[in-house]
Design a binder for this molecule. Structure first.
Ligand code: ADP
Ligand code: MG
Length: 268
């Protein structure tokens, strides 16, 4: 881990510290311990995958880090600051790109920053912001589609637009909840390549939730295997593979060895 960098004002990667976090849901007289005593540190610029079966608390943990859900126990800090609610320094991406269908790609990207401006009573047009949106759209390969509407974009392009929208506020951490789970296999491979290229470029911290072992090994620096009773982190496994990694590497001995190790941990 490098020295901790301030998250304020830039897209510099933040250190994420999750300390003894627990969350129990109560509904209709039933208690569900979603996660318990969960601790994890993610270094600035690191890409950590949370891997586990459905219902093991992955989304709950991510929502707590995002500030969308309050933990019952423990604490989370991002860039040294306690998480108390949602903030622009933490971007979130989901399986559905969730673009507004009535807005162009460009206006979708600009929606968050413009809403922030409006809340700050600063109603002026901001050419700098517009330039920033155009720069990000060019970076994600959508310069030609900035005036297109979401239904005119392919599934992969919609995800790239959602990525651009998440990055325009210059977050220091990106939280991704099974983002490519609904895509076809080929588009998924392309999105992995895209994500890793963007990660290299922006040098951002990423926490990536998946239930797919191969995906976790393909993109992660480390894989936190979740599960158990009460649910928490069973084991954190280093992915000792070089970068860049390619979809064609998944059948190599080294890759299979990591997969086997993670599968054993999941089933233990
Ligand atoms: P995952 O993302 O790993 O599939 P979740 O974090 O969504 O798991 O859910 C963990 C557990 O908490 C599950 O048993 C789920 O049913 C329960 N849970 C999640 N959200 C709620 C909620 N809002 N109310 C009640 N139970 C919930
Ligand atoms: Mg989930």
């Amino acid at each position: 881990a490098g020295p901790e960098q301030p998250a304020a004002g830039g897209s510099r990667a933040a250190h994420v510290v999750i300390d003894s976090v627990g969350k129990t849901f109560r509904r209709a007289g039933r208690r569900t311990v979603a996660i318990s005593g969960l601790s994890l540190q993610v270094a600035p610029g690191e890409l950590v995958c949370l891997l586990g079966p459905s219902g093991c608390g992955k989304s709950t943990l991510l929502r707590i880090v995002a500030g969308a859900l309050a933990a019952d126990q423990g604490s989370v800090t991002v860039g040294g600051r306690p998480v108390t609610g949602p903030a622009p320094d933490r971007g979130m991406l989901f399986q559905s790109p969730m673009l507004f269908p009535w807005l162009t790609t460009r206006k979708n990207v600009l929606f968050g920053p413009k809403a922030q401006r409006a809340a700050g009573a600063d109603q002026r047009d901001d050419p700098e912001l517009d330039a920033e949106a155009d720069a990000i759209l060019a970076t994600v390969g959508l310069a030609q589609f900035s005036d297109a509407f979401p239904h005119e974009l392919s599934g992969g392009m919609q995800h790239r637009a959602a990525f651009a929208r998440a990055m325009v506020t210059r977050p220091s951490v990106l939280l991704m909840d099974e983002p490519f789970g609904a895509l076809d296999a080929i588009t998924r491979v392309r999105m992995h390549e895209f994500l890793l290229t963007m990660w290299e470029q922006y040098r951002i911290t990423i926490i990536f939730v998946t239930h797919d072992i191969e995906e976790a090994v393909l993109i992660g620096d480390r894989v936190a295997v979740m599960g158990g009773r009460p649910p928490g982190i069973k084991e954190i496994i280093d992915v000792p593979l070089g970068r860049p990694r390619h979809a064609l590497d998944v059948d190599t001995e080294e890759f299979l060895a990591v997969k086997r190790r993670i599968r054993a941990s999941l089933l233990a």
